[in-house]
Write a protein that binds this ligand. Structure first.
Ligand code: 13P
Length: 250
């Protein structure tokens, strides 16, 4: 059985002092569980706090929320996967819908970022998901398949096999609306089928997370859903007590 993954995307929250206070509370109360791993995606300026506080915890990892696809160079304001790896990151979110929608990230750029993450030794978490209008137009599975293929296009099969995918319907992010377990099951199955079509049966090992308004009340039902291997959580991951309840679920 795959280990369950509980990933916290702190977005543009938690300065270093806030991250340190959160982790003191969290690490005091959360002991290692064999069947699960916890990932934190703090803002880049707080990455070192998470890396330092969790150094002794092989069940907890840290990652960056975004990266540039070049390894280094004159790209003022950007962070490369190699720089993040040097700062202790092990994971990277790629293609989050906020990057796609608010910063114009394209499918092609997402593919370049996935390849850059793998080159630097980071495990990428490829985020895919449809907008409300795409869902209403019946385009959900087509959009998700397109985003997946573009994101994974530059990766060797072995790198695809060790990547992580997160399904985050855009209409469920920060809105309080979650996909029903049936909605999530349908899309997670479709994602698994695309990955298997790309790399064969070993694609079955790729964890597929659900994200979008996950909280302590709905996490159990989502984790009980066929094909959901974990969750990627924004708002509800900012409060240590709520996050503790979430990582203990399932
Ligand atoms: P919320 O949990 O705040 O809806 O955010 C989800 C998300 O975007 C995680 O990456």
């Amino acid at each position: 059985m795959k280990a369950r993954l509980f990933a916290a995307n702190w977005k543009m929250h938690q300065a270093p002092a806030d991250a340190a206070a959160f982790l003191r509370t969290f690490l005091d109360q959360y002991t290692r569980q064999q069947d699960r791993r916890v990932l934190f995606f703090p803002p880049a300026v707080s990455l070192h706090v998470v890396v330092d506080a969790t150094r002794e915890r092989s069940d907890i990892g840290a990652g960056i929320q975004n990266l540039h696809w070049e390894d280094k160079g004159a790209f003022t304001g950007e962070t490369s996967a190699a720089l993040a790896r040097g700062a202790g990151a092990r994971y990277a979110l790629v293609g989050h819908s906020e990057r796609r929608q608010l910063f114009g990230e394209t499918d092609a750029q997402t593919g370049l970022k996935m390849a850059a993450a793998v080159r630097a030794g980071l495990t990428p978490v490829l985020c895919v998901g449809e907008t409300l209008s795409e869902r209403e137009a019946g385009e959900t599975l087509g959009v998700v398949a397109r985003q997946l293929r573009a994101g994974l296009a530059g990766l060797e099969p072995s790198a695809v096999a060790s990547a992580i995918v997160a399904y985050e319907p855009v209409w469920a992010i920060g809105t309080g609306r979650t996909a029903t377990p049936a909605d999530a099951a349908e899309v997670h199955q479709a994602i698994a089928a695309v990955i298997r079509a790309l790399i064969g049966e070993r694609g079955g090992a790729v964890p597929i997370l659900y994200g979008g308004s996950v909280n302590r009340s709905n996490v159990e039902a989502l984790l009980a859903t066929d094909g959901v291997d974990g969750v990627l959580v924004g708002g509800a991951s900012l409060d240590a007590e709520q996050w503790l309840a979430i990582v203990r679920a399932g």
